[in-house]
Design a protein around this ligand. Structure first.
Ligand code: FMN
Length: 311
């Protein structure tokens, strides 16, 4: 059996990326109902709200996961709640998962850590993670300034580790999913694609900006400081690129961006796959089309192998 399915209980190894404020029950529930794995964020730091979201997902009976961004957790309250709340699958990110493994495993929770480099992948395997989310530089949101593409990073990690890999960064359809599987992944995670879904809570103009963007429509900001992020090109982000630095409070207006549609209130996080996304679709459509395209491509490639032909 596919190990990501065994670990998550989902019907398809398609995971929705954790995204502050965006990855809550509305989106995560839609993804899990459509056969993927919805993941609830805790990076917003809104502990009470996130607890309510996790409880609601638990009560729905759908498979789901929770993300714990280690560096952004104010204290261990969220870790303790997750351990006591019947959550079965956690992705950790932003920091070393070493201290989180024992309590999470003690609660019977499967742990995947998100890694942008081979070095971190090896360290995570050493401390006992069950799997890895391999996040290439194409992806939207928080980034490692030493950019390595999903294409290379997946291969580098697959060559050295045996744990299940979920590929993230630049994947938005069955073509990307088939490519990720060819490079050694057993699952995929999509952020930008699900932001641009009917069930995503962001305003229509944010979704339209993703649809309008080309593959060159994003850039990486703040490489020499933290946080280093990938966001859509805009007047505001152009100024940050020109200055070579982003003010420390640049993301302060992110809720105004996410909920009031002011596209200049903060950098609009998005990945290079924005250049491949040509419309807002329901989560069900996105997942069904991704699975169908994956099957079509792998069947065609299987046919080539059976015929010992390159087409
Ligand atoms: C709008 C948006 C918001 C995001 N917010 C967060 C976040 O709060 N915390 C985090 O760890 N990653 C965040 N990410 C990164 C995603 O978790 C994921 O790694 C990324 O979206 C995968 O690449 P893709 O966008 O090409 O699918 C965000 C991504 C997007 C597009």
């Amino acid at each position: 059996m596919n190990p990501v399915l065994a670990h998550t209980g989902a019907r398809y190894p398609i995971v929705q990326a954790p995204m502050g404020w965006i990855a809550r029950r509305q989106l995560a529930g839609a993804v899990s109902r459509a056969g993927g794995l919805g993941v609830i964020e805790t990076s917003s730091g809104e502990t009470e709200a996130c607890v309510a979201e996790i409880r609601a997902m638990r009560e729905s009976g759908l498979p789901f996961g929770v993300n714990l961004p280690i560096r952004f957790l104010k204290d261990d309250a969220m870790l303790r709640f997750v351990c006591e709340s019947g959550v079965r699958f956690v992705t950790t990110s932003a920091g070393s998962p070493a201290k989180f493994i024992a309590p999470l495993h003690g609660a019977g929770i499967v742990v995947y850590h998100a890694v942008p480099t081979l070095d971190l992948a090896l360290k995570c395997v050493d401390v006992g993670v069950d799997g890895l989310v391999v996040e290439g530089a194409e992806g939207g949101g928080f980034k490692n300034p030493e950019e390595v593409s999903t294409l290379v990073l997946l291969q580098a990690i697959r060559q050295r580790v045996d744990v299940p890999l979920i590929a993230a960064g630049g994947i938005c359809d069955g073509r990307g999913m088939a490519a990720a599987f060819a490079l050694g992944a057993e699952g995929i995670q999509m952020g930008t694609r699900f932001v641009c879904s009917a069930e995503s809570p962001v305003p229509a103009n944010y979704k339209q900006a993703i649809v309008d963007a080309r593959e060159t429509g994003t850039w990486v900001l703040n490489r020499k400081a933290t946080p280093c992020i990938r966001a859509l090109k805009s007047k505001r982000t152009e100024a940050y690129v020109a200055e070579g630095l982003m003010p420390p409070d640049a993301l302060k207006g992110i809720r105004t961006l996410y909920f009031d549609g002011d596209m200049e209130a903060a950098p609009a996080l998005a990945g290079q796959s924005a250049g491949l996304i040509d419309g807002v679709k329901t989560v069900q459509q996105i997942i069904d089309e991704t699975v169908a395209q994956f099957m079509e491509i792998t069947a065609r490639l299987g046919g080539l192998a059976a015929a010992r032909s390159f087409g």
